[in-house]
Each structure stands twice: as C-alpha cells, then as structure tokens.
Design a protein around this ligand. Structure first.
Ligand code: CP
Ligand code: NVA
Length: 330
C-alpha cells in the first residue's frame, strides 16, 4: 500500500516508491473518468494555489489552472517579473511568505535547487513543473499514456532518442527504472546523462526488473521499441546551442525510417511538446532560415501519423497534475 501523500512535495520521481507512482496513475484515471462524465469535483475547495514561472509554458500552466478549477481551488499566476523572487528576496524567504498564504505552490524554472529550497521552507506542498534537471509531472502523463495504450508498464521497451541528458531524458530514466520498463537512451555519447544518475537508475531497474541501456547507434537502439520518445534538441535556456545540436542530433531524428527500424508497426510515438516538426512557427522559421532545417527532432509525417499519441499524452498532463494536487493537498 502506498503511504499517504498528504502534505508531500512532488519535486523529483526518485522521492517516490513505485507503489506511490502507481497509486497516482489510478487516481489520475479516476479523475479523468469523472471529468469525462461531466462531474464537477470539490476536493480542493477553499484552496489557493500559487503558480510560479521563470520559463514559459502552455501545457503545465493550463493543466494546473484547469485541474485546480475542476476541483474547486483558485490559482494565482506569478511570472518571473511579477514578484521579488530571487531578485530582491531570497528563495527561502519567498517560500516562507507564500507558504503563509497559499495551500500549494507550483514552480517552473532553471535551477533544480530552487524548487528544493521552496519545498524545504514553504510548509505547504510544492510541485516541480520543470527545472533544468527534471520534469516529473510530465513523466506521470507519459507513463499513464503508455499504460492506457498497452494495459501495462513492466517490460515495455521504451526508447528515448535525442538529447539524452536533458530534464526529460533524466526524469524518464528514473520513472522507467522505478516501474520496470526497459529504458534505452539513444543518443550521441556527448549527450549521455550524468554517470551518477545512470548508476542510480540502474540500481532501481535491478529491483524493478527493468533495464537501462545507453546506445549511440540509432539503428540498433530502436529495434524492438514499443515506445519511441523524443524531445526538443535545445531546451529552454540553452538556445545558443542550436548549431552544434543540429549537427550532433540529425541522425537521431524520429522519421519514418526510424519507425520502420523498430520492426514494430504498433510502436507509439510520444513527445512532451512543444515540438519542432515543421517551420510554421516564429522560432521554426528562424531556425530554417539560419540552419536550413525545417523538421528537427521529429518529422511532420511521424508527428501526424497514427503512431503518434502526442495529444492524448498532452491531455493526460491535466489529469495527472490534478491527481498530484489532490493526493498531496487533501
Ligand atoms: N510539456 C510541457 O511541459 O509543455 P509546456 O512547456 O507548454 O508546459
Ligand atoms: N526539455 C524541454 C522540455 C519542455 C517541456 C525544455 O526544458 O525546454
């Protein structure tokens, strides 16, 4: 039985047992059904939630707002220029002030340490909505999507291709290791994750019956994949690295050839989004102009194909974030 999550922070997956993660999937599915049935919830009635953002967001921000509204809570968005946070007042002091007003705090930003300090001093649940190192709420949505599609998680061959050392690759590695999936990072050696984190994941995988493999051969690594996952080649805050990443990661693009190389017609494609699958955005057009590449980590063909479950996955952000808030605040 999972221990009670009331009052807990949700900062990184390493802090949670596999039972607790599975409990969050069950709760997400219950809340999803309730939402689909049009039942208005009230589990968070009377609660006030602060949403702190140092970086932009579509899914995470909107998922927190809608999830909170659905369960009767109120939210306040605090952008990076709206409060004294870090500029005139320390993170520790801000945490102690916000904790006196709010019942829960979401933080998205740069240093992972910031969310840990908030979590230590706020005295109310703090949730990590993405830092440079981890994106734990995203992994709940990702693995819920896998579970809904296949009916189970243990033994699934999960291949992550692209930037193998970013917040997504790190968090997926820990999530998959905890839950018994076979996780392969298909990435050039220059972009493999920190050795210490890989060792931690390997220990967890040994206990869960999963495995962790690092492979720089994009043909071999994807063979037998049930899930092909990718993320942007350049994460928020790393924009000066576009040219070098494009050179390094071109062979790791998810395209039809890579899908064929899995040897599995039923392979599902996942991406946390936003995705560079065409040049129809301001940034996409600029990258095309400067680097001559219109599709980066995934081709438009795969993104729009039947293999792609990216919008089911995006929907699940809302149900899983709701589960995290309900589990930790009630
Ligand atoms: N996947 C994700 O976190 O999306 P946003 O950056 O839009 O929140
Ligand atoms: N790795 C990406 C994830 C976005 C959801 C970034 O940090 O920009």
């Amino acid at each position: 039985m999972p221990k009670n999550l009331t009052g807990q922070n949700f900062l990184k997956l390493i802090d949670f047992s596999s039972e607790e993660l599975l409990f969050l999937f069950d709760l997400s599915q219950d809340l999803k059904q309730k939402k689909r049935a049009g039942i208005q919830g009230n589990t968070l009635e009377g609660k006030n939630i602060a949403l702190l953002f140092e970086k932009p967001s579509t899914r995470t921000r909107c998922a927190f707002v809608v999830a909170a509204n659905d369960e009767g809570a109120k939210t306040e968005f605090l952008g990076k220029n709206d409060i004294q946070f870090g500029k005139k007042e320390t993170v520790k002091d801000t945490a102690r002030v916000l904790g006196r007003y709010f019942d829960g705090i979401q933080f998205r930003g740069f240093a992972h340490e910031t969310v840990e300090i908030l979590g230590e001093y706020a005295g109310v649940p703090v949730w990590n909505g993405l830092t440079d190192k981890y994106h734990p709420t995203q992994i709940l949505a990702d693995l819920l999507t896998v579970k809904e599609n296949f009916g189970y998680l243990k033994g699934i061959n999960f291949v992550y291709t692209g930037d193998g050392r970013n917040n997504m690759a790190n968090s997926l590695m820990i999530g998959c290791a905890k839950l018994g999936l076979n996780y392969t990072i298909c990435s050039p050696k220059e972009l493999w994750p920190e050795e210490k984190l890989v060792e931690q994941a390997q220990e967890l995988a040994q206990k869960s019956g999963g495995s962790i493999i690092l492979d720089d051969d994009p043909v071999k690594a994807v063979k037998g994949a049930d899930v092909l996952y990718t993320d942007v080649w350049v994460s928020m805050g790393e924009e000066e690295h576009f040219a070098e990443r494009i050179d390094l990661l071109k062979p790791y693009q998810v395209n039809q050839e890579m899908i064929d190389n899995t040897g599995n017609e039923e392979v599902i494609f996942l991406h946390c989004l936003p995705a560079y699958h065409n040049a129809d955005t301001e940034n996409g057009a600029k990258i095309y102009e400067e680097h001559g590449i219109a599709e980066m980590e995934v081709t438009d063909e795969v993104f729009e194909s039947d293999n792609s479950l990216v919008f089911d996955q995006a929907e699940n952000r809302m149900h899983t974030i709701k589960a995290v808030m309900v589990a930790t605040m009630t």
